[in-house]
Design a protein around this ligand. Structure first.
Ligand SMILES: C[S@@+](CC[C@H](N)C(=O)[O-])C[C@H]1O[C@@H](n2cnc3c(N)ncnc32)[C@H](O)[C@@H]1O
Length: 289
């Protein structure tokens, strides 16, 4: 799929729905790779620093992450296995894998990931509306468990509820804020034990407001900090339409786009929400930034 094949919504944002729910992740990586999609690699760096911090209090069991908008399990692959986003682009775009059937790819992936498990790999539970993508993530072993549910519209299933009730240390999101709103967070947090709210770590494009989400999180005792002084490249604009729309929106918000969006890239902010009593160390220090 090339730039011209992507549909543009009213917002000017390209619509990649066609690649979100395929039988396997090859096209997802091939298409997003063309636009330098890079937010999961930033996610890996920040989420793993947060997990390191959480491990200081919780050492008796593996940490549990619920990755919202998990797709085929991209964040899980990076957090659990010795691999990088660059490796995954090379792998899923390789000639060798291009002739595999979906089932052959599942088998090959299962072996690829099994050999690369990180020593302190967290358990990662995925949530996404894309049924095929979640199924791929589970069958290949990338995800420990996965749920194809839309918490924007529905209450969580009993199975998802049970997975969250048993304890979550981190809720993570890359590339998903905007698709999901405060409703998804509220419905997940409603399942979490009251005395053990998870940390919530999310990247949101700079022109997408995080205010409603952080307000909703505060009702669960979570204090949200925006990481100041750092933004993260998400992907290149697909064309002039996206670029102009985003530059216009950011100008209205009085956001300086110099060296960032005006160079052709979406940039995201990073937000961390923690229970007040666990939020003594500022996010910059916690992340070593
Ligand atoms: C840009 S992709 C990001 C995927 C992955 N986190 C990454 O960074 O590679 C956006 C994902 O959000 C998912 N999504 C859209 N609406 C959703 C909803 N209401 N609930 C859960 N996931 C949703 C899509 O299916 C897609 O997998």
């Amino acid at each position: 799929m090339h730039d011209g094949d992507t549909l543009h919504e009213k917002s000017g944002k390209a619509n990649f729905d066609l690649i979100y729910d395929l039988e396997d992740p090859r096209e997802y990586f091939n298409v997003l790779g063309e636009f330098g999609y890079s937010i999961p690699q930033h996610g890996y760096r920040l989420f793993s620093a947060l997990l390191e911090a959480r491990r200081e209090e919780i050492s008796e069991r593996p940490l549990r992450v619920v990755d919202i908008c998990c797709s085929y399990g991209v964040n899980a692959a990076l957090l659990k296995y010795e691999t990088t986003l660059e490796d995954l682009y090379a792998r899923y775009g390789s000639q060798e894998l291009s002739g595999f059937s979906c089932e052959e790819l599942v088998e090959s992936d299962a072996a690829f990931y099994r050999e690369r498990r990180r020593e302190k790999a967290p358990e990662v539970v995925g949530l996404d509306v894309a049924r095929n993508a979640v199924s791929y993530g589970i069958r290949s072993g990338i995800l420990d468990a996965g749920f194809a549910e839309n918490l924007e519209e529905d209450e969580p299933s009993d199975e998802l509820r049970r997975a969250v009730v048993s304890g979550v240390d981190l809720l993570s999101v890359t590339g998903g804020v905007g698709y999901i709103s405060e409703h998804t967070f509220q419905r997940l947090l409603d399942c979490a034990p009251g005395d053990r709210a998870p940390w919530v770590a999310a990247f949101a494009l700079r022109w997408v407001s995080y205010e409603e989400i952080s307000e909703a999180l505060s009702a669960y005792g979570l204090v949200t900090e925006k990481l100041e002084g750092h933004t993260f490249t998400q992907r290149r604009f697909t064309g002039d339409e996206e670029r102009e729309y985003v530059l216009d929106e950011l100008a209205k918000m009085d956001v300086d786009t110099t060296g960032k969006e005006d160079e052709g890239w979406y940039h995201a902010n990073f937000y961390l929400s923690r229970p007040a009593k666990e939020a003594e160390v500022p996010v910059e220090k916690l992340l070593g930034l």
